[in-house]
Design a protein around this ligand. Structure first.
Ligand code: URA
Length: 247
């Protein structure tokens, strides 16, 4: 389906919908060679602004990003550096949103997409999409940490206990920090950090390396991104079956 002219221009970096409407009304936009003053016109043919043809790029995308430490999942420039600054051509002007957030101090697999339905499905707690987090922590986790995660934890300020989660404790590494893996099927604010704190530890490093059955692609270095293949999008909603969520 073709896009409205105002959306088409906005998605290609010419400003917000209201900004591009002004451009269109001022007669600065031509479609297929003729001035077009109708912002609702459905684009067919070459578009030029101020006489310069707009080189067309994709109007939609789903990207896999290896989020590096230090970037915020936000559009607020006061929180820079932002994840969106990592997105270059040909996707830079697209209205990409992250499907679920990672904290500034968390690295790992992040899905950026223009597809609102995909965001809704991935973040809907009823879909129970699982996420795997690799954790390095200081301190000692309480004796019944695994059972407590399986039952659900009460976190301060939350009305309901967490959904049953799977905790694997791997013991201490040579750097003196404990290592564990936490599998969650929801995404509350700072959830892993708060759960580990509730269990007696303090998260020092946090990395998400899997969503559903999709593992962070090995070729993506921190900051690297590429378009997701359709089978990779499908894998986000599949379960591997290597962990069994209780309940
Ligand atoms: N849990 C957290 O505490 N932080 C994240 O970034 C993701 C999950």
């Amino acid at each position: 389906m073709s896009e409205r002219l105002d959306a088409w221009l906005s998605h290609r970096g010419f400003g917000t919908r209201s900004e591009v409407r002004l451009l269109v009304r001022a007669g600065r936009v031509r479609v297929a060679g003729a001035v077009c003053r109708d912002q609702g016109h459905h684009v067919a043919g070459a578009v030029a602004v101020d006489g310069v043809e707009v080189v067309d790029g994709p109007s939609a995308a789903t990207l896999l990003l290896h989020k590096p430490l230090g970037h915020a999942c936000s559009h607020d420039p006061r929180e820079a550096p932002l994840v969106e600054e990592l997105v270059g051509a040909p996707w830079a002007a697209l209205p990409l949103e992250s499907a679920g957030r990672l904290d500034r101090d968390t690295s790992g697999l992040l899905v950026l997409t223009t597809d609102g339905q995909l965001i809704h499905s991935l973040t809907n707690p009823r879909r129970h999409v699982s996420k795997r987090y690799r954790v390095a922590y200081r301190g000692r986790l309480s004796a019944h940490a695994i059972e407590r995660c399986a039952r659900g934890l009460r976190l301060e300020g939350d009305d309901a206990a967490t959904l049953p989660a799977v905790l694997e404790i791997h013991g201490e590494d040579t750097d003196g920090l404990g290592r564990c893996t936490l599998h969650l099927r929801e995404g509350r604010y700072h959830q892993v950090r708060r759960m580990i704190a509730e269990l007696g530890g303090e998260v020092v490093r946090l990395h998400r390396d899997r969503i559903g059955a999709l593992v962070l692609p090995g070729e993506l270095a921190p900051g690297g991104l590429r378009e997701a293949e359709p089978d990779e999008v499908a894998a986000l909603f599949r379960e591997v079956g290597d962990v069994e969520f209780p309940g």
